[in-house]
Design a protein around this ligand. Structure first.
Ligand SMILES: *[C@@H]1O[C@H](CO)[C@@H](O)[C@H](O)[C@H]1NC(C)=O
Ligand SMILES: *[C@@H]1O[C@H](CO)[C@@H](O)[C@H](O)[C@H]1NC(C)=O
Ligand SMILES: *[C@@H]1O[C@H](CO)[C@@H](O)[C@H](O)[C@H]1NC(C)=O
Length: 505
């Protein structure tokens, strides 16, 4: 049913479309129209919202009139100052459709949203069948994903038969944390629906997973193009690591996808397969039979495919890593990784399997390197790290709660909750202390927040606790540069003439 809302005369107004409005305009049409209502936005229209657009009955659709695929697609944008991150919600409504529109979470202007209901930019799924998102642009989520199809939690009524095709997704999220410690990263798509079709999507600049497959037995992920941010780290391009459906990935197919890391951005992992691969390893293996074939990997990717913690069958053939940049050390750093991960990284290995961690039949292409040790958590890479790092006065303040002072190649400096400042050599995945201030404090607070390392405006390098300074370089009024090194001397303060006036050797 097309809705002739301009005159309220259904059928008479053939080409009515909504040329402006907000969530209330759209929600009224959906509520009044009932099942199968199509809200048709005019080409070029912008709908600015401060709350979610919500599908209220089966078969409803929001789309641009004429179904254009270019930038005349109507836009839905979240306004700054609003307490919402989900632009569209369509949970538990069969056959709803979001077609040929652009959805902008507006994170650069509206900011990260961590309040109540901090959900993905598009929230679909639940106990439903046949939902479609196609030819949609979705970017700048304020929350953890640009598109989430959630499961239902009901064995006999799973989210199923979703159709997610020809969408243009990203950027989604940013790298790292904000000043309050909130994670800034976000998925491109997070998919928990079974027997679904996720094909021909273009996902650019995801910072968590590009396509996160939450089990989703029977779903096919084909011909998607997943490209990293050109500046930021993305954790993974396609994830088969989460234990949804108790780890059931039966008849999941991941084929013909193109995964590209664009330096100085990168993907830490191309495709992660199994329960031991992500940063939250879990004991029970994920299981297939699953198929991961003919995917192409290019550019700045730390590890293209890692398999560990799998059972029930895996076919991984025809995957092409010939276009991945080598050596890996040009585009990433493994100083924060475990021993096996560092060894694989140093050898620029791209197709990696821990064979004892794979049970059941498998057909794995011969290029896979059989690693000798049980490497868990491959999500450990960073951008390439320097061998030394310098700071002008007033530019370095770190609490013992924040802990990390600086990461250097093969080296980590941390300010600990016991008031000690320690430099660790991380070579080989074993943290060996090389130097320390050997200070201690009982006044750092429960979480370390009361201890502060400060390289202040006066050029003095000081450690404070709740009671005041307890260590300093004695360079007030003279220090102009503080430098940390990954070889001795480990720390120096230099004066205006470049002379070292204080150091830790
Ligand atoms: C998916 O949705 C598109 C757009 O509506 C449609 O053309 C296509 O036939 C659908 N595919 C399936 C498998 O339902
Ligand atoms: C995995 O999922 C498939 C498809 O839903 C189902 O047939 C199979 O029984 C499941 N396997 C297990 C062990 O639960
Ligand atoms: C690998 O290590 C993980 C975590 O320590 C463990 O759960 C798993 O069983 C190990 N795999 C094998 C094959 O021993």
């Amino acid at each position: 049913m097309k809705l002739g809302f301009a005159l309220g005369l259904v059928g008479l107004v053939k080409s009515a479309c909504l040329s402006t409005g907000n969530q209330d305009t759209v929600n009224q049409l959906l509520q009044q129209g009932g099942a199968d209502t199509v809200v048709s936005l005019c080409p070029g229209a912008t709908v600015s919202i401060t709350d979610s657009i919500v599908f209220t009955a089966p078969g409803q659709e929001v789309s641009t009139q004429g179904y254009p695929t270019d930038n005349t697609r109507a836009s839905i944008i979240i306004l700054p100052g609003s307490a919402v991150s989900a632009a569209i919600r369509g949970n538990w409504q069969d056959h709803v459709k979001v077609l040929n529109i652009q959805i902008d979470g507006n994170r650069p202007n509206a900011g990260l949203y961590t309040g109540p209901g901090a959900d993905a930019l598009l929230e679909l799924g639940g106990g439903t069948t046949g939902q479609t998102v196609s030819h949609v642009v979705a970017k700048n989520t304020r929350s953890w994903s640009c598109m989430h199809f959630i499961g239902s939690g009901q064995d006999d009524n799973p989210c199923r038969n979703a159709n997610i095709t020809f969408n243009t997704i990203g950027p989604c999220g940013d790298e790292g944390h904000d000043a309050d410690g909130n994670a800034l990263w976000a998925d491109g798509m997070s998919i928990e629906c079974v027997t679904s079709t996720v094909t021909d999507n273009t996902i650019t600049g995801p910072t968590d997973g590009g396509i996160v497959i939450f089990g989703a037995p029977g779903s096919h992920f084909l011909r998607n193009t997943i490209t990293s941010s050109s500046t930021a780290l993305g954790f993974g391009a396609i994830n088969m690591v989460d234990p949804s459906y108790d780890g059931n990935y039966s008849n999941v197919v991941v084929a013909d996808n193109i995964i590209t890391g664009v330096a100085p951005g990168l993907f830490n992992l191309g495709i992660g397969i199994g329960s031991q691969v992500w940063s939250n390893p879990h004991a029970e293996p994920n299981f297939g039979p699953a198929t991961v074939t003919n995917n192409v990997f290019r550019g700045a990717i730390g590890f293209s495919i890692v398999v560990n913690g799998w059972a029930g069958g895996l076919t991984a053939t025809g995957n092409d890593v010939s276009g991945v940049h080598a050596p890996s050390a040009d585009t990433a750093d493994a100083s924060r990784c475990g021993a096996q991960q560092q060894a694989s990284f140093d050898a620029s290995q791209q197709l990696i399997v821990y064979a004892p961690g794979v049970a059941g039949p498998s057909n794995i292409q011969s290029e896979f390197v059989r690693i000798p040790n049980n490497g868990s958590n491959w999500l450990c890479l960073t951008h390439p790290l320097p061998t030394q790092q310098s700071y002008a006065p007033q530019t370095l303040f770190v609490t013992a709660q924040q802990s990390t002072v600086v990461d250097l190649r093969g080296f980590h400096v941390q300010f600990q909750g016991d008031g000690n400042l320690v430099g660790y050599d991380t070579t080989g995945g074993v943290w060996t202390p090389r130097w320390a201030t050997s200070t201690s404090s009982a006044a750092c607070g429960e979480d370390g927040a009361s201890c502060l390392l400060a390289w202040g405006g006066d050029g003095n390098f000081v450690l404070y606790d709740a009671d005041g300074p307890f260590y300093d370089s004695g360079t007030s009024g003279r220090g102009v540069e503080l430098t940390f090194f990954n070889v001795a001397p480990w720390v120096t303060v230099t004066d205006a003439g470049g002379e070292v006036i204080w150091s830790i050797e």
